[in-house]
Structures are given as structure tokens and as C-alpha cells.
Design a protein around this ligand. Structure first.
Ligand code: ACO
Length: 319
């Protein structure tokens, strides 16, 4: 029994906000600095009242349409997000209500930029156990809510968006192997170290990052976990048709591909169009490459995430 992706969808809110647009909005930056160091040319930002569950809903509808499934047929809904609509109920429950599904197992996963990889792996284990048959797995974020627009070293890097896949139990190959890791010793290099207590924000409600430490950590673990996943599946790295790493930064993506001996022709890159959308980044890139026909049935695709925690992981699948 495999868990197989049968539909993919994604959603970016509003129109693209270019690097130049950020300058016009008062951020002390320039296109050359951002593009050279990150590869990011634009990001999408929600209107002030926009929520993660709304973005998740649009991506989920598209994935369900691609799968030819009605939301009522789902028996598992998982949303990966670090920017939930509320403290509770979970964003997954809010999404479930919007989709009109009643009764499915429904919960959020919080693993920051590795969230979609964690959620996909969890869904696969539910399906392989035989307890669930049809799962919706979503990565959705409104990171603009937690950005300090006075901190030019972080605010230019992130954007809002959502991506979703529908998984089904199948005897045809789907997810071949996965690996998930975390090391909380590194919790302080990327965090939003605030909390709400007795009606007040305690601590810092904005994203803080040690960019250089994050860079080094990400490049090391993305290559390591890809090899681990290949070994678990008995697949050589050169047999991978497409690598879809977390879309945070083109230099991290290029360094990972180089370490794995993969040409950039085999790497899906969308970070230029939407910046780092955390848990949404991998399914956004997957959807783009499925819809434009690059990813074809039967091909081997490696998905990879890395993010706050620190967390990291990979999923190798046959599409
Ligand atoms: N525009 C213009 N100048 C800027 C900007 C900006 N947006 N931000 C910082 N600078 C300036 C700094 O003030 C500094 O100026 P100074 O030398 O006069 O003091 C100069 O640029 C260099 O700053 P550094 O922080 O040293 O820049 P660095 O070369 O390390 O690049 C970056 C920063 C792009 C964040 C890099 O560290 C990086 O790519 N890190 C990876 C982090 C990442 O991708 N995180 C994503 C989230 S984590 C994840 O998803 C896994």
C-alpha cells in the first residue's frame, strides 16, 4: 500500500510586490541587494485582514479539483502552518469548516519551513497504516503578519501563500521514503520569540534570524537528508528526476544541488516569484512544475524542507 499524490493546487494572494515596490513602501533596500543574495524578485502579501485559512481554502479547492474529489470524501486534513488564524481552533479545523467536510481527522502541524514535509510524512503514515484513505495536506502561511518592516535583513525575504496536495491509498507507487529531523539546540537562530499572555504580547512578536547561521545549517542538512531518503528508498541520487527544496534562497538551493551533484536543470525554483513562504513553499513549487508539465507521471521527485526549530526533512516520491 502506498500513499500517492492525485492532485496538487496552490494560491498566491493579490498581485506581485516587487523589490522595487518594497522600496516605494519605505524599506531601505534595493533590487540588486535582494536578487544577488537571495534570488527573490517578488512576493505576494495578503490584505491586512487576510488569513491563512483563506489561502489554504483556495489552494485546497484547486488540489481537490485536480484530484477529481469532493471535500466530503476526505478522511484526513492536515495544515502545516506557523501563522495560524487563531491560537485555537486549529487552522485545519477552520479550513475543514470552509470546505464543508464533517468528521475527518483534522489537525495542524507546526514545523515552520519544514511543516509541509512533516505533514506529508504524517499523512503517508496514516494512509499506510490502513486507518485513512484520502488525505488533504496543506502548507499555508501569512508570514507578513510576523515581519518587522523596519528590519530590512528579514522583511524582504518572506511572502504569503498556500499549496496543497490530495493523497490517496494506492497499490501504485507514491511516496517511497521520508526522513524527518529536528534539533532544538538551534531554536534561537530563527524564531518569533513572543507570546500572548493575559491580553498582552510578551516578548518579541516579530521574526528574528541569524542569517549566516541559518544559511550554513540549511545547506548541510538539506544535502544530508536527501541522501538519507535516497538510501531508505534504494534510489541513487542521480536517479532523481526533480529536486524541490524549500524555496528560501537561491544560494541555499544552488549549494544543495551542487553538494548532491545535481544540475540546476533538475531543480524546481519558484523563490524568485514568491519569496520564502515557509510551509507553503514546497507545494507552491510542486504545483508550478506539475501544471507546466515539467513533472510527469512516473518521475521521481525529492521534496525537502528546513526551517525554525531547527527542523528538516525530505520526502522521495514517484509521481
Ligand atoms: N537591503 C540592502 N542592504 C541590506 C539589506 C537589504 N534588505 N539587509 C541587510 N543589508 C545590509 C546590512 O545592513 C549589511 O550592511 P553593512 O555591511 O553596511 O553592515 C550588509 O547588507 C550585509 O549584511 P549581512 O547580514 O552580512 O548580509 P548577508 O550577506 O549575510 O546576507 C542573508 C543576508 C541574505 C539573509 C543571508 O545571510 C542569507 O541568505 N541567509 C539565509 C537565510 C535565509 O534564507 N533565511 C530564510 C528563512 S530560513 C529558512 O527558511 C530555512
Amino acid at each position: 500500500m502506498f500513499a500517492r499524490i492525485i492532485g496538487v493546487g496552490s494560491f498566491l494572494p493579490g498581485s506581485a510586490v516587487t523589490n522595487h515596490d518594497l522600496m516605494l513602501r519605505g524599506v531601505d533596500t534595493n533590487d540588486e541587494w535582494i536578487v544577488t543574495r537571495t534570488g527573490i524578485k517578488a512576493r505576494h502579501l495578503v490584505e491586512p485582514a487576510g488569513t491563512t485559512s483563506e489561502l489554504a481554502l483556495e489552494a485546497s479547492r484547486r488540489a481537490l479539483t485536480a484530484a477529481g474529489l469532493n471535500a466530503s470524501e476526505l478522511d484526513l486534513i492536515i495544515v502545516a502552518t506557523s501563522t495560524p488564524d487563531f491560537i485555537f481552533p486549529s487552522t485545519a479545523c477552520l479550513l475543514q469548516g470552509k470546505l464543508g467536510n464533517h468528521g475527518a481527522t483534522t489537525f495542524d502541524v507546526q514545523a515552520v519551513c519544514s511543516g509541509f514535509i512533516y505533514a506529508l510524512t504524517i499523512a503517508e503514515k496514516f494512509i499506510r497504516s490502513g486507518s485513512h484513505k484520502k488525505a488533504l495536506v496543506v502548507g499555508a502561511e501569512v508570514f507578513s503578519r510576523i515581519l518587522d518592516w523596519q528590519d530590512r535583513a528579514t522583511c524582504v525575504l518572506f511572502g504569503d501563500g498556500a499549496g496543497a496536495v490530495v493523497l490517496e491509498a494506492s497499490d501504485k507507487p507514491g511516496i517511497l521514503a521520508s526522513a524527518l529531523h529536528a534539533d532544538g539546540a538551534h531554536h534561537n537562530i530563527l524564531s518569533v520569540p513572543g507570546n500572548v499572555c493575559s491580553g498582552q504580547v510578551i516578548g518579541d512578536p516579530f521574526l528574528r534570524m541569524d542569517g549566516k547561521a541559518v544559511f550554513k545549517f540549511a545547506v548541510r542538512v538539506l544535502a544530508e537528508v536527501a541522501y538519507e531518503c535516497c538510501a531508505a528508498a534504494g534510489v541513487e541520487p542521480n536517479e532523481i528526476d526533480w529536486l524541490i527544496p524549500h524555496q528560501a534562497n537561491i544560494r541555499i538551493i544552488e549549494a544543495t544541488a551542487k553538494k548532491m551533484g545535481l544540475s540546476m536543470d533538475k531543480v524546481i525554483v519558484t523563490v524568485d516569484q514568491h519569496g520564502n513562504t515557509s510551509a507553503a513553499s514546497v507545494p507552491l513549487a510542486l504545483d508550478a512544475a506539475v501544471r507546466d508539465g515539467r513533472i510527469k507521471p512516473g518521475q521521481k521527485v525529492m521534496l525537502e524542507g528546513v526551517g525554525g526549530g531547527f527542523t528538516w526533512g525530505a520526502v522521495l516520491l514517484e509521481f
